[in-house]
Design a protein around this ligand. Structure first.
Ligand code: IMP
Length: 198
């Protein structure tokens, strides 16, 4: 099955390819010639994921899925949420965002946080959403070199390692995106089986 994953983030692509298996021919935005910036102007993860999948379907004609993720910190009233990529400013690097988060959380006892991913899928004229949530805590300093984004300061519940200290398989099994992708894969696999029976 040919499907576009509306991203050029190589970390995300690697994580998702690892979970999807060989039944799917996954193409990125670069591979379909989509080089323009798709502006994420919505105020919800669902809205931004839908903007990206709609853009690919409308302008390139491919069935597609797109994800949007936010880090929701309890002591910060759910911030930065949908604005996680731009937490420290419009052109913020991953490290800028991490440093701002460490500063914002200094002195807070309540360090509960969660990652939430929403995937928007457009397949055979239908539009569906899949959600994945990973609960955890914000650490007081960075640990680990793997992954991306807030991984060095996020420790998932029940683990004594940050995401940045985990191998990609472990993160994929328990992470927000991993859980959302597992739901997506279950749905896509069912579609493939049904179409084979027809
Ligand atoms: P995006 O809009 O889905 O790319 O996610 C927004 C921001 O959330 C990214 O720029 C990262 O900073 C952060 N983020 C998304 N997924 C992850 C993850 O798996 N680990 C750590 N940070 C992430």
């Amino acid at each position: 099955m040919k499907l576009v994953f509306a991203t050029n983030n190589k970390h995300k692509l690697e994580e998702v390819k690892n979970l999807l298996g060989d039944s799917f021919n996954l193409m990125t935005l670069n591979e379909i010639g989509c080089h323009e910036d798709i502006e994420e102007t919505a105020t919800t993860l669902e809205g931004n994921a839908k903007i990206k999948s709609d853009h690919v379907k409308l302008h390139y004609g491919y069935d597609c899925f797109a994800d949007d993720t936010g880090l929701e910190v309890e002591a910060l009233n759910g911030e930065p949420g949908v604005y996680s990529a731009r937490y420290a400013g419009e052109n913020a690097t991953f490290d800028d965002n991490v440093q701002k988060m460490l500063k914002a959380m200094s002195g807070f006892k309540n360090r509960k946080a969660r990652f939430r991913t929403v995937i928007s899928l457009i397949l055979n004229g239908e539009q569906l959403f899949f959600e994945g949530i990973c609960d955890g805590h914000i650490e007081a300093s960075c640990s680990g070199e793997k992954g991306f984004g807030y991984d060095p300061i996020f420790k998932p519940l029940g683990f004594d390692k940050t995401f940045a200290e985990m191998d990609i398989e472990t993160k994929g099994r328990i992470s927000h995106r991993g859980l959302a992708v597992q739901k997506l894969v279950a749905y896509l696999t069912k579609q493939v089986q049904t179409s084979r029976l027809k």
